[in-house]
Design a protein. Structure first.
Length: 433
């Protein structure tokens, strides 16, 4: 069968399965199994079982439940509540004032969480009531929380990075390290926008009462639990004394100890955090397995190789290729969540990007930022859902509020495309040690 026709049939089958409401993991698995059955001479059962076992039998995947559990512990034991109290005394005196707490609070929590939606929900639950009570403009409050929540998957540890690293066969640890400078770049872009907003609309932002150094030092005490865990996780990664999985396990132990010392850990929160981590791990695992079968069927038919060769013959400018991929991922982001989007496209897009001269680590950060954009894209943007639920506003209102931060993420992609060293410099330094 012609490869173009085969690809269109598989795409059509997948879209129908998704439109019928089938779970993403099952839709991927059924599409892959159907492709093997009708487009190849291979036995479906043997091919599917081999693909699933080959991709699931990977020790690095054990990092996934560890980092998920660490974030759940911090969320459910309310250790993260000190973020607002700790940051507010230090940021209340600059233009934009406590709106900066949204950005830096999300950046800090993302360093111990790994999930965009969890970061957005946790910091919003803390900051939104405070900012409303003080009279901060609602649109910029909502937009900054939704936008900064995306940092949850850009700073290490990141669940999406683990998924990409497994799919692309790159080092999870090196990918974690590659995300640090881009994460700081996006944080700086968000904070600069809020700074500009504060200068231009200073009359709309309430004045904060004078803050003493005693209050600032007390704020550091509130920040200390999260700071200790962040430093521990980052030190474990940079020192090389532990693998990504071991760092995750140590992070879980650290979170449990901190929560116990603060008196917020009990049997109920322990069970709830473990249960939630297992549930999300199983959901991602099903998507991984479905993607394995689909990827095996595509590899057997030769579709990814043919597509890469076709793009190579077009001799596209590397930046045109990245621009085209941006459009594709923005469209996919309106219908798919991040894990499914990555697993569905990595085997096809990665060879093309590498052929264009980009590093696989760079492409990993690129696809993470595109996944961040999907969390702000209606109708399935999860960060939009979080802010809708917490504010009672409709999706159109929340979407309009997030547009500036959506555009800033696009600017970040452009900067990283022009200066890919922002991604690759730090991992190379660490690897050279």
């Amino acid at each position: 069968m012609d490869l173009t026709l085969a690809a269109l049939l598989m795409l059509g089958f997948l879209l129908v399965a998704l439109a019928l409401g089938l779970w993403i993991g099952l839709a991927l698995l059924v599409t892959g199994a159907a492709a093997i059955a009708f487009l190849t001479p291979a036995p479906v059962g043997v091919m599917a079982a081999t693909a699933i076992w080959g991709d699931s039998n990977d020790w690095t995947l054990t990092a996934l439940p560890m980092f998920l559990w660490m974030g759940e512990i911090l969320y459910r034991t309310r250790v993260s509540d000190g973020l607002f109290r700790g940051l507010a005394p230090w940021l209340g005196g600059i233009p934009g004032r406590l709106l900066h707490v949204n950005v830096f609070g999300c950046a800090m929590f993302s360093a111990v969480c790994g999930s965009s939606t969890a970061t957005c929900a946790t910091v919003s639950r803390i900051a939104l009531p405070e900012l409303r009570k003080r009279g901060y403009p609602e649109p910029i409050t909502i937009g900054s929380l939704a936008g900064a929540g995306t940092l949850g998957i850009l700073f290490p540890p990141s669940i999406i990075m683990i998924v990409y690293a497994v799919a692309a066969d790159v080092s999870i640890l090196h990918l974690f390290i590659a995300g640090i400078l881009p994460g700081l770049l996006v944080t700086a872009l968000f904070s600069t926008y809020i700074l500009g907003y504060g200068l231009a609309r200073g009359d709309a932002i309430p004045r904060e009462t004078g803050v003493t150094w005693r209050q600032r030092l007390r704020g550091l005490r509130d920040l200390a639990p999260c700071l200790v865990l962040i430093v521990g996780v980052i030190a474990g990664m940079f020192s090389g004394v532990a693998t990504a999985t071991e760092v995750g396990a140590l992070g879980v132990l650290g979170a449990l100890i901190i929560a116990a010392l603060m008196g917020t850990l009990n049997w109920r929160t322990f069970i709830e955090s473990a249960y939630s981590a297992v549930a999300v791990t199983c959901m991602i695992g099903l998507i991984l397995q479905g993607s394995s079968v689909l990827s095996a069927s595509m590899a057997f038919t030769g579709i990814p190789k043919a597509l890469a060769q076709w793009v190579a013959t077009m001799q596209l400018n590397p930046y045109v290729l990245i621009g085209a991929l941006c459009v594709v991922y923005l469209i996919l982001g309106t219908a798919l969540e991040g894990v499914g989007m990555i697993l569905l496209t990595t085997s096809i897009a990665l060879p093309m990007v590498v052929a264009a001269g980009f590093d696989p680590l760079w492409f990993g950060i690129f696809i993470v930022i595109m996944t961040e954009l999907s969390t702000l894209s209606p109708p399935v943007g999860f960060n939009l859902f979080v802010l809708q639920l917490m504010t009672g506003r409709d999706q159109l209102y929340v979407t309009r509020a997030t547009i500036p931060f959506f555009l800033l993420l696009v600017v970040a992609v452009a900067i990283l495309a022009v200066f890919p060293e922002i991604v690759t410099w730090l991992p190379k330094k660490v690897m050279a040690r």
